[in-house]
Every structure is written in C-alpha cells, then in structure tokens.
Design a protein around this ligand. Structure first.
Ligand SMILES: Cc1ncc(COP(=O)(O)O)c(C=O)c1O
Length: 429
C-alpha cells in the first residue's frame, strides 16, 4: 500500500471551517488537472471519478473550451454584466436554442440564476408556487436538490435537513421508483394522495424529480415511470420540475436526462457542467406560458458571469462536434460490463445500478460498517478518486469524465476491482 505523504494541513485545519468534507476523504493537496486526471503537489496522479461532482463532464481544462475562454479574456470581453444584454449571453442562448432545444422540439425560455445549482432550484420552486398559487411541493425520498432553505426543503437527507435550524415546510416526500421501499407503487400512492379528499395532503404546485437520483445512491427511474409521472402531473394540473443539475449535460447518454423517456418537463433546472469548464452557472428552462415573473422578482449578482456563458456555448459546440453521445456509448458499455460481470460476481449481495456515465455499486446489504469508506480509501491510495453516496454512504458512485480515455477508464476500473475484491475477501473470510 502506498504511503500518502503528510500534507501541510495546518492552514486548512486551523483556518478553514470544520464543514469541509471531500478533503477528508482525499487528504492531499491538488495542484494540476487535465482531462480525467488530477495531480497533487507530490506529482502523484489520480484518475478522477468525482469530476467536480458532475461539474466537469468534459474533463478538466478541456482544450476546446479553454481556447474560447482565453480568446474572450484576451479581447477584454466583459466579465461581469449583471443581467444586461451582452454578446456572450446572446451567443449562448442562440446556440442552446438552435442545437439543443429546437431540433428536439423543446420550447423553453431561459432564466439565469446565480451562481449555484441550489439557487436555480429556489427559483423553480418560487415560480411553480407563484404560477399555481399553491404552496405544497412533492419531492422524492432520496432526492437531493441543494443546501439553501428551498433546496433543502425538497432534499430528503436528515443530516442535511437537521442543519437548517428551521422547519422545512410545505413538502410531501413520496418514495422513488425502486428506491428504498421494495414492491411499492409510489405513483399509485401519489395519485391516491391527489384523488382522496381525505388524504390530508393539499394539491401541490409541482413535483420535483431527478430522473436518476445521483446523491441518493444512483437510482435510475424507468422510462415508463417517468412517462406515468408526467401523465399524472398533466391530469392534475401540477408542474413537473426536472432537476438535471447532476445528470444533465450528457451524463446519462443524452444532453437532457429526460430525453430517454420522451417527456417534456415544465421546468428544467441546469447547472454543474452547463458552463463546461467548472465555472459557476445555473439556469432554468421554463415553458413560455410560465414566464409570469415581474422584472427583478428573482435576481442575483452572479447571473452575469460572462465566462460561464462563453464556456457554456463552447461546451455545446464541443458536445456536438466531438460526437460525445456516440463516443460515450462504448465507454458506458465497458463500465457496465465490468460492474455487472466482474464486480457483481465477487459477492451475491453487491447490487449494480446505472446508466450512461453514472453508475453505482451498492453495498447496503453488507453487515460490515463503512465498507465503502474502506474501499474508496484504498482506491485513493492506488490513484483513483471516487466517493460513496446514498443512505449510510453504502453506494460507491462512478462519475467519470464523459471524455475519459479508454486506457484510463480501464486502469480506474482495475483499481476499483482490486479494492473491492480485497475488502470482499476480508468480509467473507
Ligand atoms: C441534483 C442536484 N440538485 C441540486 C444540487 C445543488 O447544486 P449546488 O451544489 O451547485 O448548489 C446538486 C448538487 O450536487 C444536485 O446533484
């Protein structure tokens, strides 16, 4: 096992808040990043299966996007423009509309929120409530939508919710498909809440859903389930909000994660990889008839971060010019093959879930405590950054760059296999 050199932690430990978290799992100091690789101060390389929690789908310092960003900076393009009209914003809106919306017969207006995902979730909830004049929202058990009070109110994780310090009201949680409760038809239950005048639950303004619960433990909703959810929302006049913050921008194999179900949400929430380069950016796509906002009713200084628009336009070009949807297919199959045929074969209690370039290895049935912590630690020591997520952190989540080189993908999967087999053998023996 490699020794991880002691790092200069004094600045962080003495001055940075205790709230820091990823650094505890990966205790080294990073200084360089390219593509699917990170390097620390000691020039040790790590294959990155975190990718900024989904903010770096196109890799670290993507050359195509970088070139556009540098050109823009070199020309003294405006960097901060509030929500004024700018060339960079116009170019992004045009590109997105022409390449990702119109060809898919999607008709949405753009609302920029800033700068994090949770800010856009706030805007989506506000809009749904103001439009329908209803207060309740339905969310799903296992769902994750951010840390501000609105986002947190629709996030189910108790430890996150408990930190809010206030009641998080007006939300009803419904089990997710194939989630924590087996053999339970969550949508039947949801419909009965809506139909039964004695359900005690008022009709919601919106249902907020992730088509794949990423933080929740990589649960992939089926197309049929998503279609039925859309139908129920239509039938009862409820808005459907799709939070595509983590699994949008190509992660599941198509640009929008809901495309596979051929549904159209009323509001789409995007952030993370939208700007292509890791720049903060978030936005809503909203059906035109929902655009009842009064000027400045929702705003934010950093809606105007122009480098995010420049990066986002370049990212859309890159996505199409480099045929990411095609190149991802083979990579996804490699991951699926190794997980289902080699890793699942190591122990009957291992469960595999995933789609496209997001996969989960579920160890919830194991008795041993913190098995995923031990596996991810061993991966770190061997040069792979990977995290655990879901209830009790029992699921190892694979979130590689969509553009990871085949050789690096193979190497990362070898590290993962070795770490899992090592721990599984220990638990069995
Ligand atoms: C699905 C989903 N929604 C919302 C958020 C919150 O985004 P942010 O951390 O940028 O506020 C996240 C972050 O992981 C997410 O995965």
């Amino acid at each position: 096992m490699l020794e991880i050199e002691a790092i200069k932690t004094s600045v962080f430990e003495s001055l940075e808040s205790n709230v820091r978290s990823y650094c505890r799992s990966f205790p080294t100091q990073f200084s360089y990043a390219k593509g699917a690789l990170l390097q620390d101060e000691h020039k040790r390389e790590y294959i990155d299966f975190l990718m900024g929690a989904g903010a770096l789908n196109y890799g670290h310092n993507n050359d195509y996007i970088k070139e556009q960003v540098i050109k823009y900076i070199s020309n003294d393009g405006i960097i901060q423009g509030l929500d004024m009209y700018t060339n960079a914003k116009e170019a992004f809106i045009q590109q997105m509309n022409d390449t990702m919306l119109k060809p898919k017969e999607l008709k949405y207006k753009f609302m920029f929120c800033g700068p994090t995902g949770t800010n856009a979730v706030e805007a989506a909830l506000k809009l749904a409530r103001n439009y329908t004049k209803r207060t309740r929202v339905f969310a799903f058990m296992g769902g994750y939508h951010g840390m501000t009070l609105g986002g947190l109110s629709v996030t189910s994780n108790a430890s996150h919710r408990n930190a809010s310090g206030v009641e998080l009201n007006n939300v009803t949680f419904i089990p997710y498909e194939d989630g924590y409760i087996n053999n339970f038809d969550a949508l039947d239950y949801m419909e009965s809440l809506l139909k039964d005048t004695h359900s005690g639950i008022s009709k919601p303004a919106a249902v907020i859903v992730e088509t794949v619960q990423a933080e929740g433990g990589v649960y992939v909703a089926s197309e049929a389930w998503l279609v039925r959810l859309r139908e129920i929302c239509n039938k009862h006049g409820i808005l459907l909000i799709c939070d595509d913050i983590q699994v949008g921008c190509g992660r599941t194999g198509t640009f929008f994660s809901f495309e596979r179900a051929t549904i159209q949400p009323d509001i789409v929430v995007l952030s993370k990889s939208l700007s292509g380069y890791g720049f903060p950016m978030s936005m809503l796509l909203l059906k035109p008839e929902l655009d009842i906002w009064k000027p400045a009713e929702h705003n934010g200084t950093f809606r105007g971060f122009q480098l995010a628009f420049v990066g986002a336009k370049a990212a859309l070009e890159y996505y199409q010019n480099f045929n990411l949807e095609q190149t991802m297919v083979a990579k996804s199959k490699v991951i699926e093959h190794v997980l289902k045929n080699e890793i699942a074969a190591m122990h009957p209690d291992i469960r595999i879930r995933g789609i496209g370039m997001i996969w989960g290895i579920d160890f919830a049935k194991f008795q041993e405590s913190d098995i995923t912590g031990k596996i991810t630690q061993r991966c770190f020591e061997k040069g792979l950054l990977i995290e655990s997520t879901g209830r009790k952190g029992a699921v190892i989540k694979l979130l590689p760059a969509l553009v990871i080189e085949d050789a690096l993908l193979d190497k990362a999967l070898d590290i993962l296999k070795e770490a899992i087999s090592w721990h599984v053998q220990q638990t069995v023996s």
